[in-house]
Write a protein that binds this ligand. Sequence first.
Ligand code: 5GP
Ligand code: MG
Ligand code: MG
Length: 175
Amino acid sequence: MITIKDKTFVPFISAEAIQTRIEELAEQINQEYADKCPLIVVVLNGAFLFAADLAKHLTIQCEITFIRVASYTATESTGQVKQILGLNDSIEGRDLIVVEDIVDTGLTLFEVRDQLLAKGPSSIAIATLLFKPTALTKQLDLHYVGFEIENRFVLGYGLDYDGLGRNTPGIMVLA
Ligand code: 5GP
Ligand code: MG
Ligand code: MG
């Protein structure tokens, strides 16, 4: 159990279970991209540990790059808009694997995928460690999902609460 600021979190997915599942996902990617050289696009900050552990089990040739997604309010009518920061490489004709920590409403990845598609990649697959199916509000194909979880707030293994708690080897849930 850990307490961060005003909130208490209890163990939810163990470090061992995460590592076992990541090895399975990596094996799937190794098979499906055996004759390709994908560009792995890691969405910071939350996916940093997932991406690092996944990468260690990839035996294919691949490139790895990192982006951030910034939210800003463009106009009142368009609401929050996402901007991709840090994508300097050309992605035209590339096979992309976008690596995320968690898909909740799906709004972030929905927009990110749209913006990446506009740059002409040859394919885009999404790998997310966690997925909350009941929170999803957008039609979004997820190709590699670590764990489907219920709609509760989780923390650790890259995921934060108010900037804190990313540095735990397992995932915790709000008590
Ligand atoms: P979306 O709702 O757009 O799918 O998710 C946006 C972002 O919200 C995720 O990338 C993640 O940073 C954050 N998020 C969603 N659910 C959780 C959660 O349960 N715990 C934490 N720490 N962050 C979450
Ligand atoms: Mg994220
Ligand atoms: Mg966060």
